[in-house]
Write a protein that binds this ligand. Structure first.
Ligand code: ATP
Length: 255
C-alpha cells in the first residue's frame, strides 16, 4: 500500500480482556491520515482501553494495532510514543517542573533539548503567553494547565494525537474554546486525531467521524451529518438525542 492510501492507524481484530471483563471485543477499523475521529459511548464501553492500545499503555489480549503499517508492538516504546501526542483529563504535569520544562520533557527524554523559542512557539499554539514558561503548574488555572498538556503533546511534532476526555474537567466556556483550538491545530499541523469523549455534542462539533462504542464493540461509525440525519442505530441515536433535546429546549425559550 502506498503512503497516501494506507491508513495512519489501523485496528485488526483487537481484543482486550481483564479478569472478568471483556473491555474490547474484536475491533477492526482504520483511521485515515488527517481524520479527526471521536470515540463516544457509555461509561465502561471500552473507549479508553481501545485508545490506550495505540500508545501501548494497554497491550491487547489478541489482535494488532498498526501505525503507518507498523504493528505498534514491533516498535521500541520510546520511538512509538515520539510519534504520538497524548492528552488526558488529569493532564499529569510534573508539579516540581516549570511549564517550559513540562513542555520540553518528551523531547528531553529522546535526547533533544527544546530551545526557549520553540517552547514559546508551542505556548502560542495553544493561546498562552510566552511568559507562562517560567510559571509552576500550581500557579495555573485548570484550563491553562490543560492547554499546557496540549502543548506538551505537540512538542515532539507527532503524526497522531490521542486525547482521552481532554476537556472533561473544564468549565463549558473554556471547554468550547479549547476544543475549537484543538480542531484548528488538527488542521494546521496535518494531525490525525482520535478523541475519547462522553459528550456527543462535542463529538458532533469537532470530529469528521464518530465511532460509538457499546460493551467493547463499535456499534456505529458515522459522520456527524449522518448521525444528525438519524443514522447509526438506536444506541447512537439515544446519544444524539441528548444535545438535540437540549437545543430544542433552548430554542423554545427564545420563542
Ligand atoms: N485495569 C483494569 N482492570 C480491570 N478492568 C478494567 C481495567 N481497565 C478497564 N477495565 C474495565 O474495562 C471496561 C472498559 O473500561 P474503559 O475504561 O475502557 O471504558 P470507557 O468507555 O473508557 O469508560 P469511561 O467513559 O467511564 O472512562 C470497564 O468495564 C472497566 O471496568
Amino acid at each position: 500500500m502506498n503512503q497516501q492510501t494506507q491508513p495512519l492507524l489501523e485496528f485488526r481484530d483487537v481484543c482486550k480482556s481483564y479478569d472478568r471483563t471483556q473491555a474490547v471485543a474484536s475491533i477492526s477499523t482504520a483511521v485515515a491520515r488527517r481524520e479527526f475521529v471521536a470515540l463516544v459511548g457509555a461509561s465502561g464501553s471500552g473507549k479508553s482501553t481501545l485508545l490506550k492500545t495505540v500508545n501501548r499503555l494497554v497491550d491487547p489480549s489478541s489482535g494488532t494495532v498498526l501505525i503507518d503499517g507498523d504493528p505498534v508492538g514491533s516498535l521500541p516504546l520510546a520511538a512509538l510514543r515520539r510519534r504520538i501526542g497524548y492528552v488526558f483529563q488529569s493532564v499529569g504535569l510534573f508539579p516540581h517542573m516549570s511549564v517550559g520544562e513540562n513542555i520540553a520533557i518528551g523531547p528531553r527524554i529522546s535526547g533533544q533539548k527544546l530551545t526557549r523559542e520553540r517552547i514559546a512557539e508551542l505556548l502560542e499554539l495553544v493561546d498562552l503567553e510566552r511568559s507562562m514558561a517560567t510559571r509552576m503548574p500550581n500557579e495555573l488555572s485548570g484550563g491553562q494547565r490543560q492547554r499546557v498538556g496540549v502543548a506538551r503533546a505537540l512538542a515532539n511534532e507527532p503524526q497522531l494525537l490521542l486525547m482521552d476526555e481532554p476537556f472533561g474537567a473544564l468549565d463549558p466556556v473554556t471547554r468550547d474554546a479549547l476544543g475549537e483550538r484543538v480542531r484548528s491545530l488538527h488542521r494546521e499541523l496535518n494531525l490525525t486525531t482520535v478523541m475519547v469523549t462522553h459528550d456527543m455534542a462535542e463529538a458532533l462539533l469537532l470530529a469528521d467521524r464518530v465511532l460509538v462504542m457499546e460493551a467493547g464493540t463499535i456499534v456505529a461509525d458515522e459522520t456527524p451529518q449522518s448521525l444528525l440525519h438519524g443514522s447509526g442505530g438506536e444506541i447512537a441515536q439515544s446519544l444524539v438525542a441528548v444535545p438535540r433535546t437540549q437545543a430544542d429546549r433552548l430554542a423554545e425559550l427564545t420563542r
